[in-house]
Design a protein around this ligand. Structure first.
Ligand code: 6PG
Length: 257
C-alpha cells in the first residue's frame, strides 16, 4: 500500500496559516456532517495552534459550528494538572472551550490528576476505545488531526530515541522525557496514521532546518515526525514562509496567498 507523500502548503505568514487551518477545519466539519458523522478532532499542544483555537472560538457563530456534533480529543498531554500553564487541555480550555457552548461529553481531555503516568495512558486508551466502540483491532480514524513538530523532529510527545516510537499495539503510552525532565502522555503512531486528514503545523525560522531535512526524505524515518504516514488519509504540512525557507521549490505544492 503506497502511502501518499505529504502536501506542503506554504502560507505568506502566520495569519494566513491560521485562516487556512480554520477553513480546513470548517470544510472537514461540513464533510463529516454531510455524511451524518460526528466530527472527531485530535488537538495538538504547543504554541503554534493556539491562535487557531482562538480563531475557532471567534468563528464559531459565523461558521455555524454545531459543537454537539464535534468531539475534541488530545494527541498528547504534559503530566501536569489542567490548571498548570503547561497543560495542553488547559490551553484549549482557555482559548476555545471557555468561549463556546460545548457539552463536557464532547470534550475528552487526557486525565492526569490522581493518576500515575501509566494509569493516565491506560485510562485514555480505554476512553478512546469506548468512544470509538473499538474492539481489539479497529483503530479510531479521526477526521482531523492537528500536530506540531519540534526542532528535534518530535511530534505529539513522540521524541527521538523513545522506544515508544516503535509501539504497534497500544494506542496511548506514557514516557519520561529526560531532556524535559517531565512525563508525557501521547497517542501512538498506529492511531495517528489512521487519521483521515493529518495537518502538521509549523511557523517561524526555528523550524526551517528540520522542515528542510524532512522535505527531502519522504520515506525516511530518522525523525519521529517522519513516521507520520497516514495509511489511508492525507498528510499536509501547513507552514509559513519563514518555516519554509529551507525547502526547495519543488516540494511546495500550494503557495497560499
Ligand atoms: C506539545 C506538542 C508538541 C508541539 C511541538 C511544537 O505538547 O508540546 O504536542 O509536539 O506540537 O513541540 O511546539 P510549538 O508549536 O510550540 O513550536
Amino acid at each position: 500500500m503506497n502511502r501518499s507523500n505529504p502536501k506542503w502548503m506554504v502560507c505568506k505568514n502566520t495569519d494566513t496559516l491560521n485562516q487556512t487551518a480554520l477553513k480546513l477545519f470548517r470544510d472537514l466539519y461540513q464533510q463529516a456532517l454531510s455524511k451524518k458523522e460526528l466530527f472527531t478532532v485530535l488537538l495538538s499542544g504547543g504554541k503554534t495552534p493556539e491562535a487557531i483555537y482562538a480563531l475557532l472560538a471567534e468563528s464559531s457563530i459565523r461558521f455555524n459550528l454545531e459543537w454537539n456534533r464535534i468531539h475534541l480529543f488530545w494527541g498528547d498531554e504534559r503530566f501536569v494538572p489542567f490548571s498548570n500553564a503547561q497543560s495542553n487541555f488547559g490551553a484549549v480550555k482557555r482559548l476555545l472551550i471557555s468561549k463556546i457552548s460545548i457539552s463536557p461529553f464532547n470534550v475528552h481531555p487526557i486525565e492526569t490528576e490522581g493518576l500515575t503516568p501509566t494509569e493516565a495512558a491506560k485510562r485514555y486508551e480505554e476512553q478512546l476505545r469506548r468512544f470509538f466502540n473499538s474492539q481489539i483491532d479497529s483503530l479510531p480514524r479521526f477526521h482531523l488531526i492537528f500536530l506540531g513538530v519540534g526542532t528535534d523532529g518530535h511530534t505529539a510527545s513522540l521524541f527521538p530515541g523513545m522506544p515508544e516510537l516503535h509501539e504497534k499495539d497500544k494506542w496511548v503510552v506514557s514516557s519520561y522525557i529526560e531532556k524535559l525532565k517531565s512525563h508525557r502522555i501521547t497517542v501512538t503512531f498506529p492511531v495517528l496514521n489512521q487519521g483521515q486528514n493529518v495537518l502538521i503545523l509549523a511557523s517561524g525560522e526555528s523550524k526551517a532546518d528540520i522542515l528542510g531535512v524532512i522535505s527531502r526524505a519522504d520515506d525516511a524515518t530518522l525523525y519521529p515526525v517522519q513516521r507520520i504516514k497516514p495509511v489511508y488519509g492525507k498528510l499536509t504540512y501547513l507552514i509559513d514562509e519563514e518555516a519554509a525557507s529551507k525547502l526547495s521549490r519543488k516540494e511546495i505544492a500550494v503557495l497560499e496567498d
